[in-house]
Design a protein around this ligand. Structure first.
Ligand code: PLP
Length: 375
C-alpha cells in the first residue's frame, strides 16, 4: 500500500500529536466528502446502506479489541461519556472503593471522584514507581468494586500491564475498566485476554477518526450490572417498531444508544479503521514502537534533554515525553508554543513536551528539524 498517498500531510508540518488528535487518512476525508454529497443530492434515500456501514463499523471495532461479540460494542459520544455511563450505572454501596492511578487523564478521575456523595472512596495509586501494577493492586481490598486505568498514560506514556491487572481483578471479583484511548489503533489490544469488563476509547487519536464517536465495550455480565441512564427509540430490543407500546432494553450494548446514531462520524471512523485492517495491526504496532524507540534513543543521547517516558520493552507505546534541563513548567509551555509555531505539532503534557508519531509518520531528518528549536 502506498502510505504516502493515504497521508498527504502538508510538508511544513512534523505531525507528532496523535495522542491528542490524529490525522485523517485520505480515505476518511473522501468518505466524509462522499457522504456529504450523498446527503445533498439524495438525502437519506440510501438509509439502508448507511445501516450497513454502521454494522460494518461495529464489526471492525469488535475485531480491533477482540470482543467476543458485536453485541458487546456500543457507540458513544466520547470516552468521558462512556465512563460516566459506567460510573452512574453501577449500584454503589457506601463504603465501596474504586482504585485508579495518579497519572490518569482527568476524565478517568473526575467521574469517580464525583461518586463521593454516594459514599464511594477513590484511591489513587502512585504509579511513578518501578512496579506500577503492584502499586495499584496494593490499594485493592474486599471493598474494591472497580479498578479503572488507562492502557497508556496520557502524560508520561507509561504502558500498563493490562493482563496482570485484569487477571487480578478477575480473581478478586473486581470490575476492570480500561480507558484505551491511548492505545487502540496504535498497539494491539485484546479485551478478552485482559479480562476487561469495560473498554472505552474515542476514535480521534490513534484510530485516526473524527472527534465525537467512541467505542464503549462491555462484557455481557458486566453490562447487566449497569442501570440505564438514557432512554429512547434506539435502545429498545425492537428498535424501529414505532407502534409497539411495550418495550424492553436491547440485550446488546445498543441499549446504551438512546437515539439516532452519529452517521457522519460512523462513515469517517469506518473508513479509518478499514486502513488498519488493510495494513494489519501487527504492522501498525511495529511501526509505532519503532518510531517511539527511535525518538527515545535520540532524546536519550542529547545531554540536555531528559526522557520521561520509560523506554523498557513493554512499558511504552506511541507517546514519548521529555523535558529540557533548566526549564520549568512555564518554560516548557513557551517551548511548546515555539515548536507549534515552527510546525512541530506536539503537546505540552506532564510538565514537558509530548511527541506522538503514528505508524505512517515520516521521521526522516527530524533531528535536524527539532534540535535547533530546542537550543
Ligand atoms: C487517557 C485519556 N482518556 C480520555 C481522554 C478524553 O477523551 P474524550 O474527549 O473522548 O472524552 C483523553 C484525551 O486526551 C485521554 O488522553
Amino acid at each position: 500500500m502506498n502510505l504516502g498517498a493515504e497521508f498527504p500531510l502538508d510538508k511544513d508540518l512534523l505531525y507528532l500529536n496523535h495522542a491528542a488528535v490524529g490525522v485523517w487518512p485520505k480515505r476518511t476525508a473522501e468518505a466524509v466528502k462522499a457522504f456529504a454529497d450523498e446527503n445533498m443530492h439524495r438525502g437519506a434515500a440510501g438509509y439502508l446502506e448507511w445501516l450497513k456501514v454502521e454494522r460494518e463499523l461495529r464489526g471492525r471495532l469488535k475485531r480491533l479489541i477482540n470482543a467476543d461479540s458485536v453485541d458487546d460494542i456500543a457507540l458513544s459520544k466520547n470516552t468521558s461519556e462512556a465512563l460516566s455511563l459506567i460510573a452512574y450505572g453501577l449500584d454503589w454501596q457506601a463504603g465501596d472503593n474504586i482504585v485508579t492511578s495518579n497519572q490518569e487523564f482527568p476524565s478517568n478521575r473526575i467521574v469517580w471522584e464525583s461518586l463521593k456523595e454516594r459514599g464511594v472512596e477513590l484511591r489513587l495509586a502512585d504509579i511513578s514507581v518501578d512496579d506500577p501494577e503492584a502499586a495499584m493492586l496494593a490499594l485493592c481490598d474486599e471493598k474494591t468494586r472497580l479498578l479503572s486505568v488507562s492502557s497508556v498514560q496520557y502524560g508520561t506514556g507509561l504502558r500498563m500491564d493490562l493482563i496482570r491487572l485484569g487477571q487480578f481483578c478477575h480473581d478478586q471479583n473486581i470490575l476492570f475498566c480500561v480507558d484505551a484511548i491511548q492505545s487502540l489503533g496504535a498497539i494491539e489490544f485484546d479485551a478478552q485476554a485482559c479480562h476487561a469488563d469495560f473498554v472505552v476509547a474515542d476514535g480521534h487519536k490513534w484510530m485516526l477518526g473524527p472527534e465525537g464517536l467512541a467505542v464503549f465495550y462491555s462484557r455481557s455480565e458486566a453490562r447487566d450490572q449497569l442501570k440505564l441512564q438514557q432512554y429512547g427509540w434506539h435502545m429498545v430490543e425492537r428498535a424501529g417498531d414505532f407502534d409497539a407500546v411495550d418495550w424492553t432494553p436491547a440485550q446488546a450494548a445498543r441499549r446504551f444508544e438512546p437515539g439516532s446514531p452519529n452517521m457522519l462520524g460512523i462513515y469517517a471512523l469506518n473508513a479509518s479503521l478499514s486502513l488498519f485492517e488493510a495494513v494489519g495491526m501487527d504492522h501498525v504496532q511495529k511501526g509505532v514502537l519503532k518510531r517511539a524507540s527511535h525518538l527515545m534513543a535520540w532524546l536519550d543521547a542529547e545531554a540536555d534533554l531528559e526522557l520521561i517516558t520509560p523506554s523498557e520493552k513493554g512499558r511504552f507505546a506511541g507517546i514519548v515525553t521529555f523535558r529540557k534541563q533548566g526549564l520549568n513548567r512555564e518554560g516548557h509551555a513557551a517551548l511548546y508554543r515555539e515548536l507549534m509555531a515552527k510546525g512541530v505539532i506536539c503537546a505540552n503534557r506532564a510538565g514537558g513536551i509530548r511527541l506522538s508519531p503514528h505508524f505512517y509518520s515520516n521521521l526522516n531528518g527530524f533531528e535536524a528539524c527539532l534540535r535547533p528549536l530546542l537550543d
